[in-house]
Design a binder for this molecule. Structure first.
Ligand SMILES: Nc1ncnc2c1ncn2[C@@H]1O[C@H](COP(=O)(O)OP(=O)(O)OP(=O)(O)O)[C@@H](O)[C@H]1O
Ligand SMILES: [Mg+2]
Length: 357
């Protein structure tokens, strides 16, 4: 009887490529904990995100490669795990946060807050450690969307704010610090300092992803953010019509300008169409068509996905409910967008080197 060696298994698995990172999974260091017992084999494949849309495909390819190259193998047990990749280094602000992603738009009311909250819900549901920071100092809507309206953040012994929690997501908003309906009249430097406090003076702890929900436009907060934090990426949210596209062009031009050079990693088109519950085969393109695609071509930034208008997304947001848990067309679409979002971050990180925290 021949014994199977670890080297044989690694050789077999070196024929499996990560389709996004365009390298084999052995060179990428993704194969761990190989064990051989007689003709039984087990090993772990560590993906760069728990939200990897290619998980099943990679698992299938590993099984086929082992079957093909290690003929003696009988039981093949593959454990698919993940360790979120990062290129942020430890000396930066929030060193324990692997990826910081801002959700921006040139235009108001396009669904930035809804997208930010639902990406947080989606990532947490798929097993990542997530934080959500509401940087909309003037009109914080995260407390409502996350069902935390009227809650207040506590301060710990070190004087740091403790984020609130919803479905394992750490949430912080200026809305937790002020009285309801209190108008916020702040000037430029105060706005920058409030934003910095939400980042620096809060107990965020270890996170795989921190999502920042930005106010509309390109003002003081946006500039403070790009100067103060080493961001993993910015996502631009737009609706399909020309007025939204025009405003997003301004935002994209600012982020991508020579003196800012912020990493814009994708565009999400929201309110792409409407399908009534009683006519699921119909699509009404209320705000026109193809806006995100147009921006994508002009600025060479990928479209992460499209979110149609779903009545239940609006009502869940108003009631502070998590739509990901509900098995319907909206939750399916949100999971798909979350996976594509996580995938673009992994690709971005691998482009910027495969350093990991
Ligand atoms: N795909 C969608 N389906 C249904 N309702 C949506 C969708 N996207 C957003 N909405 C609703 O549209 C409204 C505006 O969305 P949201 O507050 O997220 O926009 P915003 O870009 O953050 O606005 P602001 O610029 O004021 O911060 C909200 O009531 C939200 O629930
Ligand atoms: Mg908002």
């Amino acid at each position: 009887m021949t014994t199977i060696t670890i080297k044989q298994i690694l050789q077999a698995l070196s024929h499996v490529d990560d389709p996004d990172l365009k390298k084999d999974i052995v060179s990428l260091g993704m194969v761990k904990e190989i064990e051989v017992s007689g003709n039984d084999i087990s090993f772990t494949v560590e993906l760069t995100t728990p939200a990897c849309p290619l998980k099943d495909e990679i698992e299938r390819a590993c099984r086929n490669a082992v079957k093909h190259f290690v003929k003696e193998a009988e039981n093949i047990k593959i454990n698919m795990s993940s360790r979120v990749s990062s290129v942020r280094n430890k000396s930066e602000i929030l060193p324990q946060v692997k990826n910081i992603i801002a959700i921006a738009s040139g235009k108001g009311g396009v669904g930035k807050s809804l997208v930010a909250a639902n990406l947080a819900y989606g990532l947490s549901h798929l097993g990542a450690k997530v934080g959500l920071l509401d940087a909309d100092i003037y009109g914080p809507s995260v407390p409502i969307i996350m069902g935390l309206k009227g809650s207040h953040a506590q301060i710990n012994e070190q004087g740091k704010m403790i984020p609130l929690e919803k479905d394992k997501i750490k949430v912080l908003s200026i809305g937790f610090m002020i009285k309801e309906n209190q108008p916020v009249i702040w000037r430029g430097p105060m706005i920058s300092s409030a934003f910095k406090q939400l980042i620096n003076d809060a107990e965020w702890g270890e996170l795989d992803y921190l999502i920042i929900d930005l106010p509309p436009g390109t003002g003081d907060i946006h500039l403070t953010m790009v100067q103060h934090i080493n961001l993993t990426g910015i996502i631009i949210v737009t609706t399909p019509q020309d007025v939204a596209i025009a405003d997003c062009r301004r935002a994209l031009s600012m982020y991508l300008s020579e003196n800012i050079k912020a990493p814009v990693i994708g565009i999400i088109e929201n309110m792409s169409w409407f399908t009534p519950d009683d006519a699921p085969q119909k699509k009404y393109f209320i705000f026109g068509k193809g806006g995100a695609e147009k921006l994508s071509k002009e600025y060479n930034v990928p479209v992460i996905g499209e979110i149609p208008i779903f009545e239940n997304l609006r009502s869940n947001a108003d009631e502070g409910l998590n739509p990901i848990m509900q098995n319907n067309a909206a939750s399916e679409q949100l999971i798909k967008i979350t996976e594509e979002f996580a995938r673009q971050i992994s690709i971005q990180n691998s482009k910027n080197s495969l350093a990991k925290i």
